[in-house]
Ligand binder design. Structure first.
Ligand code: ATP
Ligand code: MG
Length: 471
């Protein structure tokens, strides 16, 4: 086992002891020192410390307090107490509180090294157990991705094939098609049980925040950077970084990302010290990245880097045969969650699900089933228990006709249902359709444009004409 990559924190109020210990240990370990509790906590906050070695007496402070507080942290290091010769009872108390071991002063360095190495090994085993447990309980493997349709087969195959490799994977697909689910499966099948999965939602952050989120920053790197912060790349070292909504990142950050992936090095903001990171990147987007490359809003070199292996998640309307399996799973999930007996859908309700074209894909189906489970008081879920947009198939018929050619078969009654005579003006009708599409997609313009069968640019233009946007 190579110990140099393991981090030790030495806490002692005596400078001589700190310096002495640092000198004797720094060949073998990555050593940090602190003179008091505040300094120790600063290090613990910013570094991933494997072993903390603290003196019992820290000036006016108590090393035992530090141990108790440290062990309460989410990622606590193994704690070892240094005590004066003879104070075994204190040491025993420390161990009762969760300290791993104790050493008596004056210190014997060889002995100390053995104790530290033993502590590191035990921590490794502990971490492995935690990771394995998490794997079992989370079960983020392929069995969580429901679908037997032909459209899903290439997804399963590719995931199995690429998961154990280091290849960068790009997952494309409409909203709600299961991109994140697949990203997790890739990570969990990677065959590295201890590896971490770190997710960054790129759309949620402004340019500067995203950069500091990804790469970290040094204290004072920008206004508001009050302390040093480890970025997600560093956090995911040895594991997987899932970059969600990668199509949202700005061109500047794209350059840095390209370098991080290509050269496997990053720099924290405000630092020019390159740090090696070993991270497997999985990216997801509901945008058409190749289109963005053509438009010049996404760098082609980054696109090619990310696109080593790509997965195109099929929309639900192209795999309607999976609806029945998905419904089954969601019924089970939500009856359990709501403490209800097993439920099923009536034939008509099931038909309504098949007739609908699911712009929000599996996520939307899941919500619809939850709605049904909550609304029905019997074991059956009927059409009337489903959200209104599924009941009103006149809307659906009308939309389908409007998208395609106006045919003689178009049921005139359908149109009459939504539009009064005064509205039978093409411009007004168009406006109504656009509002309807926006309502359906919770104001997602891209989705709404897709529903209407027009390009996003046309959509923008029409919204502008309607005075709904001004950019
Ligand atoms: N094949 C599937 N089997 C079971 N559940 C699924 C499947 N696909 C998606 N889901 C469920 O649908 C919801 C949305 O999935 P997910 O978050 O992975 O979609 P997404 O493609 O990342 O969407 P977005 O682009 O909006 O972020 C989640 O609750 C997920 O568990
Ligand atoms: Mg997602």
């Amino acid at each position: 086992m190579n110990f140099t990559e393991h981090t030790i924190l030495i806490v002692d109020d005596e400078k001589n002891t700190r310096d002495g210990l640092r000198l004797s240990l720094e060949d073998e370990f990555d050593v940090y020192v602190a003179a008091n509790i505040a300094e120790a906590e600063e290090v613990l906050k910013n570094e991933s410390v494997d072993v903390m070695l603290t003196d019992l007496r820290l000036g006016g402070e108590n090393g035992m307090d530090l141990i108790t507080r440290t062990l309460a942290r989410a990622k606590a290091p193994v704690c070892i107490l240094m005590t004066a010769y003879g104070s075994v009872d204190v040491a025993v108390e420390a161990m009762k509180k969760g300290a791993y071991d104790y050493v008596s002063k004056p210190l014997n360095i060889d002995e100390l090294e053995i104790v530290i190495k033993r502590a590191i090994r035990s921590r490794k085993v502990e971490e492995e157990i935690v990771a394995l447990k998490a794997q079992v309980t989370e079960r983020y493997g392929l069995e969580n991705i429901i679908g037997r349709s032909a459209a899903m087969q290439p997804i399963f195959e590719t995931v199995r094939q690429v998961a154990p490799t280091r290849a960068t994977v790009l997952i494309e697909g409409e909203s709600g098609t299961g991109k994140e689910l697949v990203g997790r499966a890739i990570h969990h099948l990677s065959g590295r049980p201890r590896a971490k999965l770190v997710t960054v939602h790129c759309a949620a952050l402004s340019e500067q925040l995203l950069e500091s989120e990804l790469f970290g920053h040094e204290r004072g790197a920008f206004t508001g950077a009050l302390e040093r912060r480890i970025g997600r790349f560093e956090e995911a070292d040895g594991g997987t970084l899932f970059l969600d909504e990668i199509g949202e990142i700005d061109l500047n950050t794209q350059v840095k990302l390209l370098r991080a992936i290509g050269e496997r090095t990053i720099e924290r903001l405000g630092s020019n010290k390159p740090l090696k990171v070993d991270v497997r990147v999985v990216a997801a987007t509901n945008k058409d990245l190749s289109e963005m490359v053509r438009e010049g809003t996404f760098r082609d070199d980054l696109f090619f880097r990310l696109n080593v292996v790509s997965l195109m998640m099929p929309p639900l309307r192209q795999r309607k045969e999976d609806i029945i399996l998905l419904v089954d799973a969601f019924l089970r999930e939500f009856t359990e969650e709501n403490g209800k007996p097993p439920m099923e859908l009536t034939t008509e309700a099931m038909q309504a699900l098949y007739d609908y074209d699911w712009p929000g894909n599996v996520r939307e189906l899941r919500t619809v089933i939850e709605h049904g489970v909550v609304m029905s008081n019997t074991a059956k879920i009927g059409v009337r228990h489903l959200p209104p947009f599924l009941k009103d198939d006149s809307l659906l018929n009308f939309r389908q006709t409007a998208k395609g050619q106006i045919s003689a078969a178009a049921p005139p009654a359908a149109a009459a249902n939504i539009f009064s005579d005064g509205d039978l003006n093409l411009g007004k009708m168009e406006e109504k359709m656009i509002r309807l599409a926006l309502e359906r997609t919770a104001d997602n313009r891209t989705e709404a444009a897709r529903l209407l069968g027009i390009s996003r640019r046309t959509m923008q233009r029409k919204l502008k004409e309607m005075g709904l946007i001004d950019e």
